[in-house]
Ligand binder design. Structure first.
Ligand code: HEM
Length: 281
């Protein structure tokens, strides 16, 4: 196996689902946040861009329908995998993820020399996945209650409508921050993947990247491809790896990391300066 070899990580279906999810979420945020922050000047600009409030709300509903479509698409692929006996449970959290989390934090603050050897999905990828499942369910249910308040309160207590509004409004902001700060950092700005992972586009990941980010999965793949060359013992793994493993950061890398940090901290500052004083009012 060479450094330039690649392996498929996202199937075409997964890429389609990811792309449609991204489009629907972007439109939902673009059309929902101006309702939440209706008194701020930028909200008027966005509402005017859509041609007024009714059109903004229609776009919100259209994107909500798209999101529901993606959820159904995903459920269909799950059921099909179940019927074919190919359901993959590797996204389900395990006790070892909590251990990985602790070890990763220790590595990040310099208490451990190496990152944990992650499997197919890292602890934060699992966290993000389940946050989307939970968030979509909550936003879908609360959104439906807000769209049909009379019908909802005919079989639910009236206060549920108020709770739905608070949940919808705050979970939307959480989703926005999670995507802008968490996901964008993990898949674009992190020095491990900068300027960006292309898995979402062509589904492929280089074996060098796989070795760096999913070492345990890489070992399985290496053993399957060349059974005689089973993974070396932990102490000699990095040096005995069949693909190139990055040494410490070079000057160019350090410059890149510094630029990324400035961009990232700027993003975080913009969100805080723009939104937090408003929320505290
Ligand atoms: C991730 C998905 C979604 C996001 C990020 C989102 C975002 C938002 C935001 C920020 C608001 C403004 C809340 C406020 O007044 O403070 C809002 C309002 C609303 N959303 Fe969503 N939403 C999502 C999904 C949905 C879905 C699935 C529906 C279902 C039809 C829906 C229906 C509504 C309705 C009816 C309102 C109230 C509009 C009004 O006050 O007149 N949303 N949404």
């Amino acid at each position: 196996m060479s450094e330039h070899d690649e392996t498929l990580r996202f199937s075409l279906e997964a890429r389609l689902q990811h792309g449609l999810l991204a489009v629907s979420l972007a439109v939902l945020l673009l059309t929902g946040l101006p309702i939440k922050f209706a008194t701020l000047p930028w909200a008027h600009v966005v509402t005017a861009f859509f041609g007024g409030f009714p059109a903004l709300l229609s776009a919100h509903f259209a994107a909500a329908a798209l999101l529901a479509g993606v959820a159904v698409f995903y459920l269909v692929t799950l059921i099909r995998a179940l019927v074919r006996g190919r359901l993959d449970f590797s996204i389900v959290p395990r006790p070892s993820d909590f251990v990985d989390f602790g070890r990763h934090l220790a590595y990040l603050i310099g208490l451990r020399p190496e990152r944990p050897r992650f499997g197919k999905f890292t602890w934060w990828e699992k966290f993000e996945f389940w946050a989307v499942v939970w968030g979509t369910t909550l936003m879908g249910l609360s959104g439906l209650i807000l769209a049909f308040p009379e019908r909802a309160s005919s079989f639910l207590p009236r206060w549920v409508v108020g709770v739905a509004r608070v949940a919808h409004s705050n979970e939307a902001l959480l989703a926005f921050l999670a995507v802008v700060i968490g996901h964008v950092f993990a898949v674009h700005l992190s020095p491990h993947v900068f300027p960006g992972s292309t898995v979402w586009w062509n589904g492929r990941i280089s074996l060098a990247q796989l070795h760096e980010d999913h070492a345990a999965l890489y070992d399985l793949l290496a053993a399957a491809r060349t059974p005689a060359a089973a993974p070396p013992p932990a102490a000699s793994r990095a040096s005995a790896s069949p693909v190139a493993v990055k040494a410490g950061p070079r000057v160019a890398d350090r410059t890149l990391i510094a630029v990324e940090l400035v961009v990232f901290l700027g993003l975080v500052a913009a969100v805080w300066v723009g939104l937090v004083p408003y929320l505290l009012k």
